[in-house]
Design a binder for this molecule. Sequence first.
Ligand SMILES: [Zn+2]
Length: 306
Amino acid sequence: MRLTPLTLVALIGVCVPTLAQDFLEDFDRFVEDVLPQTSAPRANGVAAPARQTPPSVARPVAPTAPTPDGERPSEAAGEPPLPRPRPEEAPAASVGPTAQDIEPEQGTATQPEPQPAEAKRVYQTACPALLSGIVVGEMLEPITEGQCGLRSPLLVTAVRINGREIGLSSPVTTNCQMAGALADWLGEVDAYANAALESGIATLTTGTSLMCRNRYGAEGGFVSEHGFGNAIDVVGFALRSGETIAVETGWMPAATPEGRLLRQAHGAACGRFTTVLGPEANGEHADHFHLDLGCHGQSCMAQICE
Ligand SMILES: [Zn+2]
């Protein structure tokens, strides 16, 4: 008779029941590990040793698309509920209404009531020199006059420089760049007057600022920078001492304190404006300095200083 392993186990079971019980239990475990898992309870009614939860349940599972009735398949099958999808994983439809949802169906949209026209927005540019206080004045509405005009005009009444205010004999209408350059230039002239004439400038005597005309008042030719608020004419200075210095009467003789101050003012202007014309430029400027920030040359870097 040939002994197979099973026959041997049976014989041992018959002969030594207690040993067979222990052996069979180990054998049973071995069969459980080898054969596919079943949910059948153990026949002897003894609680099975705690087994590890299958990893397929414990691992986070990618969210499954909901079924039409909103029930997830895993829940329907009685399995443990899967972790709910995080917000970024949620279906796009749950985020909010799409443009398609908002758009009314064609043919059913009602025409909107005509709205009253909104107040016209005036687009202008703020002026740092006005904000910082070195220029005293106010913004004006945009000005348009034929070919002339400027979008962000300033009405300048004074400048604050060297620790005090220097007024203008008459307000000038100009742009921000000119106003800032005028304040810086006047501060330089004031410092010179304080040093050379022992009196600072009380008032700048101003001439033409914004005026729509051609250069030199000619019938044809180019529009003057005055037409764009980009030029200011200076007639002279009133010192704090009470003395007045006019370009027309003070330019010559050159060696006098007045003549020197006017030349210093002319030269200082050449460093801050692109066009400076004085009595030596032509007869049109015998009684004033013309200062502007017109563009000369392709790079706008060229300067005219006469
Ligand atoms: Zn001028």
